[in-house]
Every structure is written in C-alpha cells, then in structure tokens.
Design a protein around this ligand. Structure first.
Ligand code: HEM
Length: 498
C-alpha cells in the first residue's frame, strides 16, 4: 500500500513540476510553442532528429507567426530562440558580454581535453582566446601556407590517376583524406599520408568525436540540463579511448619536438612557444599549461577536419551540377594565376573574388555550424522592450533557419553565388549570414579554414572538370551531427582540361 501511495505522490509531484516549469515563457510574456510531457518541445529521442533541424523548425514556427523571438522547452529547461536579425546581432555582438558563454558541457577534472577554447566560458575563455589569437595571425597563416600546399600534391596525384582510369571519385572520402593530411600536419605536425592509406586511427577516433548515437544524445541532454551534478558524478561526453588517443598523440609530439629541438611552422610549434616561459614573460603574456596545450591542439583538429571537408564536398557538388559556374570559377583561377606566373601563392588567393562568392554561397546553403549556442550570464533587458531574459537561460541562434529564410535569401534552395557579388552583397541583412558565427566568439580558425578550401579548389579546378556521376543520389540527403554533413557520399566524374 505504502508503495502505491509513494508512486502516486511521485507521479503527482512530477506532473506538478512539469506544469510549473511549463509556465515560464507564459509568465514572461514571450511567445512559445506548447510543450508536452516528458520532452517539452524536443522531438522524441528515438526519432533521431538532430538539434540543428529542431532549432531551425522552432525558428520557422516563430517566423511564420510573425514573432521577433520565442521560447521553447528542452525537457523542462527554457531555451530562447531569437528570430529578428537585430536581436541576433545584439546577442552576438553589441550585448555580447551578457552572452559570453556557450553553455556547452565539459569536464576539466575527468577529461581535460574537453575544456578547450570552444567549450570554456567567462574569464578562462577570455584569457585563452587572448593567448591563442596570435596563432591565427596573417603572418602565421602565411607560414602554414607552404605546408598546406604540400598536402595538395597527393590530392592532385590521386586526381590524375582516377581521371586517367576514368573512375568515379568519392568526393567526401577524397576530401577527408586531404583535410586529415592538412590538419594532421598543421596541428600535430604529423605526416598522415592519408592518400596511401587512410590513417585508420585518425579516422576512427575522429569519427568518435561526433558520435550521433541515442545514448550520447541522452547523456548530452542530461549533462546540458544538470551541468553541476554531471560534473560531480564525472560524466564525460567523448569516449575515453578517443580522448586518450588525442591526448597521447599531442603529448608525444610535444615531447619529441622539445627534446630534439625540432622546429616546424605549425600550430604545435606556436603553442609550444606559448608554453615556454622565457619567451612569454618578456612579452608579458601568461603561458599555456600542458593540459591547455593538449586541449587546444585537440579542438583545432576536431573543429577543422570535418567542417572543411564537408564544405568542400558541398561546393564541388554544386559546381558539378552548375557547370557554367564551374567554368566561370576556373576562368578566374587561371587568369589570376597568370598574374602570378602560374604559381599558387598566398597573395593570389585574395585576388579570386568569384571564388569568395562561391564559397560564401556554399556556406549559406549548407551552414556547417547549423546553430550557435549561447547562455545568458546576466539578466538582460531586450532593447526597446520591457522583457528580460533571465541569467542562465540557454539561447540558440538558428543559422540554418536564417540562411534558408526566403525573406533574406529568395529562392533559398537555389545555389546562386551572385547573392554575394559586389553589387548584391550590400543587400545582405546584417545578422543573417553567420557561417563562422559572429562577435568575440567568432570562429578563430576562419582564415585557416578558408585558406585550406581555396588551395584545394584551385588545385582541383585548374586542371580538372567535374560532372555528376549517376551514383550520387540527388537531392542530397543531409545529416546533422556536430556539423552539417552528408548521409551518402557525392560521386563525380572528372576530365583533365588543358
Ligand atoms: C570551413 C571551416 C569552418 C567553419 C564553417 C567553422 C565554423 C565555426 C563556427 C560556426 C563556430 C562558432 C562561432 C560562434 O559561436 O559564434 C566556430 C568556432 C570555432 N572554430 Fe571554427 N569553423 C571552421 C574551421 C575551423 C578551423 C580550421 C579551426 C581550427 C584550426 C576552427 C576552430 C574553431 C574554434 C577553436 C572555435 C571556438 C572559438 C571560440 O569560442 O573562441 N574552426 N567555428
């Protein structure tokens, strides 16, 4: 009998708790989507609808209702969705100090590499960002350009071979090998030789970073909702073997470099310099600890490898479908290179304006980071209103929603680089184009990512022409894990052009 009473009591309390939690947005006077027990506005986990898609759906619901913003519940936790680009800009840029945290779960104690520039908040993030920013300066990019160019050689050789044999190219696989070589070389200082055999360990552990299993989803939701408790009981979101792999790799490389006095122009070198007191005390910069170095090398790999290969795959797909655009880009590449005696130099990249348009349109149509998370760190009054966003509220800016909004990008499914031409780019509404985020937390690797994409495209398009192979399933089916990706690869045919 006692058990039955206890059960009734627990059910009644849970019901009350939910009902009470679900009054939050109503009391605030912010429009909301009607939630239901037990998941709030989240889709059932077994439907496997990724967060990127869910937030884009919320964005569209509020937009269609003519709202400037709205509230949702992730389980019982309120999440705020800005819709008006002015609100988006306020959060990312003008009033950024109210939203300087992403609110992503990490556990420094149990898994030190989870505490990196992407996940850290507040003063810890600020100090780290200050230390790391010079690592991405123009000077450092120029230094890494040569290393990157070297990585285009095996890519070009592979293309020559498959073209001569008239084989179809698995684009995602080929570009993954290229970006693994680049980031392996530039972050860890390791020759991955991925075109000889895909470095299985890098591929295996790299894939574990963006594990999309239901168990990880549930763990992530739990850790997101109960961060302090999750830290106390030692929850980690990345598989320990992947964390051990990247930690050991970074430590071994560090030790080998320092012991043997090896110098290379890469991220590892720049971070080693930041760990050396004598250099940095002179320049009055606080030094990096060993754990910090390992965590940053890891995040450079994690953030740089999948984003760049996916972006390039989408770009080549669109160029294979729109061959007139491909021809125009090839013409530009060839005419700019002529000015530089046929050589691909760091300076030549900046002269390729149409290339910039094509890449912007690729990232507009396929935003790799489909949403930007922020947490409100101080009560924030929305300018021009009496509404206050409470400290602790999670905010999700739907980049996918904005980039595919027909009000800002008419005919949004059309791939049209003209949207970013000199004549048209002034018409882009500020706050609606966010492929790298914006404000002080904008992607630190932006220039590196663009440089990598440009060198790859130049190398490929200068000598080869691409068309769609019948193995490619059109329309493309997208998957949304940590970044926007493809369910199945893109297959292209290639032809050598003189
Ligand atoms: C095409 C390539 C890339 C895309 C589309 C991309 C996109 C993004 C986006 C959307 C963010 C979040 C920004 C925000 O919250 O406002 C971000 C952050 C970040 N990205 Fe990238 N990224 C790319 C390449 C890279 C590369 C190559 C690296 C490293 C070498 C990198 C390192 C980072 C880091 C460390 C952050 C966190 C910055 C901070 O919070 O201070 N990314 N990136």
């Amino acid at each position: 009998m006692f058990l039955i009473y206890a059960l009734i009591l627990i059910c009644a309390w849970t019901y009350y708790f939910y009902k009470k939690s679900f009054t939050y947005w109503h009391v605030k006077g912010i429009p909301y989507i009607k939630p239901s027990i037990p998941f709030g506005n989240l889709e059932y986990p077994w439907k496997s609808i990724p967060p990127i898609v869910q937030y884009a759906k919320y964005y569209k619901i509020f937009k269609d209702r003519g709202e400037k913003h709205g509230g949702t519940y992730l389980l019982t936790r309120p999440a705020y969705i800005p819709v008006d680009p002015e609100y988006v800009r306020n959060i990312l840029i003008r009033d950024y100090h109210y939203f300087d945290s992403r609110g992503i779960y990490y556990n420094e104690r149990v898994q030190p590499i989870s505490s990196n520039l992407f996940t850290l908040d507040g003063d810890k993030w600020k100090s780290l960002r200050q230390k790391l920013s010079p690592t991405f300066s123009t000077g450092k990019m120029k230094m890494m350009f040569e290393t990157m160019m070297k990585c285009t050689e095996p890519l070009h050789d592979r293309m020559k071979r498959v073209t001569a044999n008239r084989e179809a190219i698995d684009v995602k696989d080929t570009l993954c090998r290229f970006t693994t070589d680049v980031i392996g070389s530039c972050a860890f200082g390791i020759e991955c030789n991925s075109f000889e055999s895909l470095n299985t360990e890098f591929a295996k552990y790299g894939n574990m970073i963006s594990d999309k299993s239901i168990s990880t989803f549930i763990k992530t939701m739990f850790a997101f909702n109960f961060q302090d408790f999750s830290r106390k009981i030692g929850i980690v979101l990345m598989k320990q073997e992947a964390s051990d792999f990247f930690t050991n790799l970074a430590m071994d490389t560090y030790n080998q470099r320092v012991r043997n006095n090896i110098y290379r122009d890469d991220f590892m070198q720049f971070l080693i310099e930041l760990t050396e007191k004598k250099v940095n005390l002179q320049e009055n910069i606080k030094v990096l600890s060993m754990d910090e170095l390992v965590a940053q090398i890891f995040i450079f790999f994690a953030a740089g490898f999948d984003t760049s290969s996916s972006m390039l795959t989408f770009c080549l797909f669109e160029l294979a479908v729109n061959t007139d655009l491909q021809d125009r880009l090839r013409k530009e590449i060839r005419s700019v290179l002529e000015k530089y005696n046929g050589e691909i130099t760091y300076e030549s990249l900046a002269d390729m304006k149409y290339m910039e348009q094509v890449m912007n349109e690729t990232m507009r149509k396929y935003p790799l980071g489909g949403f930007l998370p922020r947490t409100c760190t101080e009560n924030y009054k929305i300018p021009g209103t009496n509404t206050v966003i409470d400290k602790g509220t999670q905010v999700f800016i739907s980049v996918l929603g904005l980039h595919r909004d027909p009000e800002f990008y008419p005919d949004p499914d059309k791939f049209d680089p003209e949207r970013f031409s000199n004549e048209n780019k002034g018409k882009i509404v500020p706050g609606t184009f966010l492929p790298f985020g914006d404000g002080p937390r904008i992607c630190i690797g932006l220039r590196f990512g663009l440089m990598q994409a440009k060198t790859c495209l130049i190398r490929l398009l200068k000598d080869f022409e691409f068309s769609l192979n019948s193995r490619t399933k059109v329309p493309l089916e997208l998957t949304f894990g940590f970044v926007t990706n493809l369910k199945e690869s893109v297959w292209l045919n290639s032809r050598r052009v003189k």
